[in-house]
Design a protein around this ligand. Sequence first.
Ligand code: G6P
Ligand code: ZN
Length: 582
Amino acid sequence: MVLFKVSRVETTPFDGQKPGTSGLRKKVKVFIQPNYLQNFVQSTFNALTAEKVRGATLVVSGDGRYYSKPAIQIIIKMAAANGVRRVWVGQNGLLSTPAVSAVIRERVGIDGSKATGAFILTASHNPGGPHEDFGIKYNMENGGPAPEGITDKIYENTKSIKEYLIADLPDVDISAIGVTNFGGPEGQFDVEVFDSASNFVKLMKSIFDFESIRKLLSCPKFTFCYDALHGVAGAYAKRIFVEELGAQESSLLNCVPKEDFGGGHPDPNLTYAKELVARMGLSKSSSQVEPPEFGAAADGDADRNMILGKRFFVTPSDSVAIIAANAVEAIPYFSAGLKGVARSMPTSAALDVVAKHLNLKFFEVPTGWKFFGNLMDAGLCSICGEESFGTGSDHIREKDGIWAVLAWLSILADKNKENLNGGKLVTVEDIVRNHWATYGRHYYTRYDYENVDASAAKELMAHLVKLQPSLGEVNEIVKGIRTDVSKVVHADEFEYKDPVDGSISRHQGIRYLFEDGSRLVFRLSGTGSEGATIRLYIEQYEKDSSKTGRDSQEGLAPLVEVALKLSKMQEFTGRSAPTVIT
Ligand code: G6P
Ligand code: ZN
């Protein structure tokens, strides 16, 4: 056994180590400054308190982006020095964010140990590579992101940190499965490298009926395609879709995880998942080849998902509503019924309508998955989702990109169980259109203005808040822009009181609510790493089933115009068009 010594290294604080919606995300060049990562890790240990860290079992892994490998070695050495008992690392440092959550909740070590928390190394859907982003976040014993109480403490600690602890361990080979033992001043310390996929695969098999999905995938009428955008989802896609469910290997696109995501932007949306979008017949560069019946993509750390049908896009707000409406019938895990459902505020109200029809508990929470975790821990919520391509359930405490795909495949398998051998296939598009016919349709779009000057973005938001107290004035302006939109009846900044712990979150997005149920929401992104990103969410409800089939950009055009002019978007930002439309 290798023995190690612990040293205390003097350090000084860095500005701006405040964790955002999902941890600390910065350019790699920021993270590689001497002591930068170390300060954040030690501040986290100090926030968790020395008593909790001593003897702990920590998971350390991530989406495999550039700088993950050196970061894992640094965290292992600091964990040893801080008295952590063991560190678990996914092979090659790879674990998707949902798999980390599953590992914390489900995995039992060879000596019967259970994990107490995790450092997840990811900047999610942000690009990777030496000139791009790196990120780190801490997840708690329930498998979910640290609550604000902890992240605030971490931030406070980063502002006053004077020293950190580090052990003089040799680097651990994280490419080989196995356990390495070390001995330190506080006793034994182990690093266990384990298979990245097996816990997650086992969990998925306990939730879904793999046999019925296998039948669907083996039916020649049903064609399938999955794009991991070179993120960590690739480490799971082959195991689950090909080995377990029998999909053809050629149905996997970009499923080899890469440190720079192949130079792409690993965000599963219509703009960045270009190759998949083309293959599904949804872009101008689409070939004449018949597109697959089903397509899906994941982001870098595999917690997000995009669901597509043949020449058809499923908006994430509809996706969660459709999963909730069909879960009990199609997914064994939910067969006893749903405890409740939840969505984030900017997500469309499609889920609300399902909850009402099915008489389910319903919650509207601020953006950020951690808010769902509290509801789930209290047994109040089974399925939840966000417009930002996140969907999931209480099987873990993170959103889950592969889970969402399996949920859709389960629904398709269920709707087609009678006609796999003969008869017409019920398609993704059929399922969505039938849903609209039953529940009405929430036309929805999101405009993103990325990397806008931060002070200009703040001024735009301040302008919108300032308008809110006088609805009379707001409606004058609206009428001056378009006469064919309804009246603003309420305007506020969204505020949330957590029903479980009573905590209050303020300033969670600026809302303009219209008489006919339409909504405009403005928010600043909490996940960017440079400048500011303004998000504008636009929604309109149509109950009349003869009017639910329009093109969404066309249907929303009047509201879009109102939103852009009311917010003076171009004036404040200098942008005449958004960076991304979803
Ligand atoms: C992360 C969180 C999501 C959240 C999203 C919002 O992905 O895990 O829960 O919806 O960020 O991102 P934004 O950039 O809009 O703050
Ligand atoms: Zn992600």
